[in-house]
Design a protein. Structure first.
Length: 629
């Protein structure tokens, strides 16, 4: 027998079903998934880009744009990550500065839709179901509307979606600890943008507990994760840096660690309060707020989410509990503690609804489970459709989505919305040079702050936003900004340090407000009376002779120069309703003077004009009925 010089080695053991062809298929599948995500991002981005606001809009947008443009600091907690990114977008060579910063929201929510697609594909293994889930979220009217202007919430949506994707990926592949470390870092970034992302912590801790064996074997992994989380908080270092620069716009000042903690914890607002709204706006039934949260999903989104919960419980139990815990805390729990009375405050829902976006993002991947469940049921009870049931369900959902997008397009389109800018410009027209404008409302203050700070317009007005007078640091800032303004106190209290003291200290300057100062300070009543000058109500000394004829002539000339909004284009559920009322207010006030003077016919004409400006002005309608009797 010949000697065996070489014994062939045994064939390498291969895992069943895994080979070169399988790897190629997997790579091709991953490639298609990424292409699908890119298509979703591009399609949603185009929709948002076409409907995005080209200018200022009501709400916090004008203040956030101002802070981003000048590298300042907006209201607490300062939103440093948004401000830094917003400044980068403000440098884009495209359109106006407001439009550039608005594009940050467009980009963030477009990518959020793409991330939802990736999460859904990982969980249900269906690109078709994932695409539908992403588009259901993207064309949701609430989600769409808040994607069109500068706000911190779209960035919050993106970070929450990325955090969820990282958690899902790590849970499915626990050996890849990089995803876990990245999730800690993104959680820190989220907290440096919008602090409500902390509501996802219980769900995040639930996942960590499920994989606790990994941390028992590698305890340093948790230490590294915590370090990554702290690293994500680094944007907060921007706040003291910006404060030290003395930027053109800065809410308060941060000169010590205690100042920093108070600012970040929103101590001036009340750390546990959603807004600085008056006490009368607080309270109300929490069930009304939770019901509004449910309505925000819409019929299609709500049905798919509920069915998706059932399917996730059956198929991916851990994710069911993760999404349920995250939704419960960011949705119903937050709505419960928000403490805004939706029955009393007409714009309270506008303030609250922004916080419904986070639970919508958390729930969005569940819609993919719902689509798969419906397709499975269809295939079970209609055997002939088994092979195409998913395509049929997806096609039906896409038809509903396309119809909803078409119907809502004109209503949500903000590309021709210039109400906030025109309102501020009309205030400039109304005020004499050197006037002091008092206001308690950010709907008035923020557009003026932007135009004065960034575009250097309307600088003949000294703007005093009364909430700023409550804190000595803000009073100091006002004195530095307006060297000719006399503020004879270090903080306003409405009692001994009141409006009369302020007005008396500036005797040679016109002091005025828009509609109402909105507080209980009646110190001016004894020495001054309100004289209507277009949008402004001027405090005139009672000793000054004023004629009704002059009042009528002054206002007739001013009202002709105003950019009156089209009532049909005003979003009634927003602060734009307040602006519409402001334009109707002058003629309503003057009509009241004429009515008390016995000129009922002239009063009726002005009441009618006020109703033409604001058809929903209830007091004007009641007055019209009264003078016609």
């Amino acid at each position: 027998m010949p000697r065996v010089l070489h014994k062939p080695s045994a064939s390498p053991r291969r895992r069943p079903g895994v080979g070169v062809s399988d790897i190629s298929i997997t790579a091709a599948s991953n490639s298609k998934t990424w292409v699908g995500a890119a298509i979703i991002i591009a399609a949603v981005g185009l929709l948002y880009f076409r409907t995005a606001a080209r200018d200022l809009v009501v709400g916090d947008a004008a203040e956030l744009i101002t802070a981003a443009a000048v590298l300042g600091v907006p209201h607490p907690p300062g939103y440093p990550l948004f401000t830094i990114l917003g400044h980068a977008f403000s440098l884009l060579p495209l359109g106006s500065i407001p439009f550039r910063v608005n594009l940050l929201s467009v980009v963030c929510d477009s990518f959020t839709a793409g991330i939802i697609f990736l999460i859904a594909v990982r969980l249900v293994r269906s690109r078709l179901a994932g695409a539908v889930a992403a588009l259901v979220l993207a064309v949701n009217p609430l989600f769409w509307s808040w994607s069109l202007s500068a706000e911190v919430f779209p960035l919050n949506n993106l970070l929450a979606a990325v955090l969820t994707l990282l958690v899902v990926t790590w849970y499915q592949q626990p050996e890849r600890s990089g995803f876990l470390i990245a999730s800690f870092f993104v959680a820190g970034l989220g907290l440096a943008n919008q602090q409500t992302i902390i509501l996802l912590a219980p769900a995040f801790c639930f996942v960590l507990w499920r994989r606790r064996a990994i941390f028992q074997a590698k305890p340093r992994l948790l230490v590294i994760g915590i370090a990554a989380f702290v690293g994500g908080l680094l944007p907060y270092a921007y706040l003291p840096w910006a404060s030290a620069r003395h930027p053109a716009y800065m809410w308060g000042s941060i000169s010590s660690f205690q100042d920093f903690v108070s600012f970040v914890s929103r101590k001036t607002f009340g750390s546990t309060r959603l807004t600085s709204a008056p006490q009368s706006y607080l309270g109300g039934s929490p069930f009304v707020r939770i019901a509004e949260l449910g309505k925000s999903f819409g019929l299609l989104g709500g049905v798919l989410t509920l069915l998706g919960l059932i399917q996730a419980y059956r198929r991916v139990r851990w994710y069911f509990w993760f999404s349920l815990i995250a939704f419960a805390f960011s949705g119903p729990f937050f709505a419960w503690i928000a403490d805004l009375n939706l029955r009393v405050a007409s714009a309270a829902l506008f303030v609250l609804e922004r916080f419904f976006l986070l639970p919508q993002v958390i729930a969005a991947p569940l819609a993919a489970f719902g689509i798969v469940m419906i397709a499975a049921l269809l295939g079970r009870y209609a055997a002939a459709l088994h092979t195409i049931s998913l395509k049929l369900v997806a096609a039906a959902c896409l038809l509903v989505i396309a119809t909803a997008a078409f119907r809502n397009y004109a209503r949500l389109d903000q590309s021709r919305n210039f109400i906030a800018r025109h309102f501020a410009e009309d205030i400039f027209i109304s005020a004499e040079s050197g006037s002091i404008l008092l206001t308690t409302d950010d709907v008035i203050a923020f557009p003026i702050i932007y135009l004065q700070t960034v575009e250097k317009l309307g600088r003949q007005i000294t703007l005093i936003w009364l909430p700023m007078l409550l804190h000595p640091s803000n009073v100091h800032q006002l004195r530095e900004r307006y060297s000719d303004l006399v503020i004879p106190f270090d903080s306003y209290d409405g009692r001994s340090n009141n409006l009369k003291v302020l007005v008396d200290a500036n005797p040679n300057r016109m002091t005025c407000f828009v509609i109402t100062i909105g507080n209980n300070d009646h110190s001016l009543d004894s020495s001054y009376w309100p004289y209507q000058r277009g949008l402004l109500t001027v405090f005139e000394p009672k000793s000054k002779p004023l004629s009704l004829e002059d009042l009528l002539n002054d206002n007739e000339q001013l009202l002709k120069r105003y950019h009156l909004p089209d009532p049909d284009r005003v979003r009634k559920a927003t602060f734009e309703r307040y602006i519409l009322l402001a334009y109707a207010w002058p003629e309503f006030q003057i009509a009241g003077i004429l009515e008390r003077a016995g000129a009922r016919n002239q009063a009726g004409v002005l009441y009618q004009r006020a109703l033409q400006v604001d058809p929903e002005f209830r007091e004007a309608r009641d007055a019209m009925t009264r003078v016609e009797r």
